[in-house]
Design a protein around this ligand. Structure first.
Ligand SMILES: Nc1ncnc2c1ncn2[C@@H]1O[C@H](COP(=O)(O)OP(=O)(O)OP(=O)(O)O)[C@@H](O)[C@H]1O
Ligand SMILES: [Mg+2]
Length: 381
């Protein structure tokens, strides 16, 4: 990400953003975000994903101009809207953005139509009242609220309010749409439906969007790019597939999906370049390369494998474990309908695997465990 890259209209470039909420920034001050950089290409949806308190909202509010970053630079559509070095600060209302806050920000004393039409009556895209009404009704139709224009906003359900907030944001004709956990207050079913609808709107209108969530499924299903944050810093940036299949750090592996992380004592490389990791359960073969992973040998780190890439096989007392990596004892086997989630233990190591529902694996069983080397990687610490 070069500072000189010309940004096409609608793209956003965030460089070296730091924010301290302390009024006087002293040496050793804690930063809510500390050196956050990423890019949102025009027309794409980038998600900030991370645990509570990692700095997602702070980043979003800095992009919106609702918070002033302590350091860094923000460029929108080729125009610098914030630069701590150059002392440049463009006000929120002059940035080409619309924001859907977590609480939706719906005005209860207005009708649905008046809420949605607000940007056309007061914003940068002000238009005559009659035209505003026509245009607003069009967009309300697109979000499935056509028949509700004259209701009070308080008479809408949570999901309908979310769509109203989205309609209002779209009517502001933003180059960049900022969404802070917009689906988190909805029930599970509605959340899934609106997740698809939101993505569909974003793609249909070709909107550049920054979406904040702590829900990994939301991030994986909706995004072009996921920015995984932890304690104010970016841990990894990648497509949903990249961050799921090729996490670069134990934090990313653990935060997204379920992960087995086996502590490594010593890691070395074989002639083919695969990592052989010696662990408490023996040497494990890590055949998957994680691009950008720091180092492939040394002490410490973790073997990382997802439960779906672990095979467990029941062994009778006299059975030979054959090509298994190690033997273990089943601690729990939970029926999930289509499969069993099995937790096995061996030498202080606990591994989760999925087994077929009919495989008959039970707590107390002795099992052979095999990690698929092609889906197993070494994460250096
Ligand atoms: N106005 C504020 N004043 C002081 N500290 C703040 C303020 N807002 C946020 N913080 C702190 O900054 C850090 C990042 O907060 P932020 O709200 O950005 O996290 P988040 O990732 O959005 O979390 P969540 O998922 O809980 O919404 C936290 O440690 C938080 O306590
Ligand atoms: Mg937040």
């Amino acid at each position: 990400m070069k500072a000189t890259t010309p940004s096409p209209s609608g793209s956003v470039l965030i460089e070296g953003l730091r924010k301290s909420y302390d009024r006087a920034v002293k040496k050793g001050s804690a930063y809510a975000i500390d050196g956050v950089s990423f890019e949102i290409p025009q027309g794409s949806l980038v998600t900030l994903l991370g645990p509570s308190g990692c700095g997602k909202t702070t980043t979003l509010r800095c992009v919106a101009g609702l918070e002033q970053a302590t350091e860094g630079r923000i460029t929108m559509g080729g125009k610098v809207v914030f630069d701590s070095a150059g002392g440049r600060i463009v006000r929120t209302e002059d940035r080409p953005i619309a924001m859907v806050p977590q609480s939706y920000g719906i005005w209860p004393h207005m009708t649905v139509l008046d809420n949605a039409a607000f940007p056309l009556r007061h914003g940068r895209h002000r238009m005559p009242r009659r035209d505003a009404r026509t245009r607003t009704l069009e967009v309300l139709e697109q979000v499935g609220l056509a028949g509700m224009a004259d209701r009070w906003a308080t008479q809408l359900s949570g999901g309908q309010q979310q769509r109203l907030a989205l309609a209002r944001a779209l009517l502001g004709d933003p180059e960049v749409l900022l969404l802070d956990e917009p689906l988190s207050n909805l029930d599970a079913k509605l959340r899934v439906r609106l997740r698809h609808e939101l993505r569909e709107f974003q793609q249909r209108f070709g909107i550049t969007a920054l979406f904040v969530t702590h829900d990994q499924t939301e991030a994986l299903t909706m995004s072009d790019t996921v920015v995984v944050m932890n304690s104010g810093v970016v841990e990894q940036i990648g497509t949903p597939e990249e961050v799921y299949d090729f996490p670069r750090t134990a934090f990313v592996a653990d935060f997204i999906g379920s992960a087995n992380l086996v502590p490594v004592e010593l890691a070395s490389q074989d002639t083919a370049g695969d990592v052989l990791a010696s662990t408490a359960v023996g040497t494990l073969h890590c055949g998957r390369r994680t691009a950008g992973s720091t180092g492939t040998q040394g002490e410490g780190g973790f073997v990382f494998v997802r439960p779906e890439n672990v095979e467990v096989r029941r062994l009778e007392a006299t059975d030979d474990p054959g090509d298994c990596d190690f033997t273990a004892v089943v601690e729990s086997a939970e029926f999930l309908g289509d499969r069993l989630e099995v937790v096995v233990g061996a030498a202080e190591v606990r591994i989760t695997a999925f087994a077929r529902s009919g495989s008959g694996v039970r707590p107390g069983d002795r099992v052979g465990v095999r990690l698929d080397p092609a889906s197993t990687s070494y994460l250096a610490s």
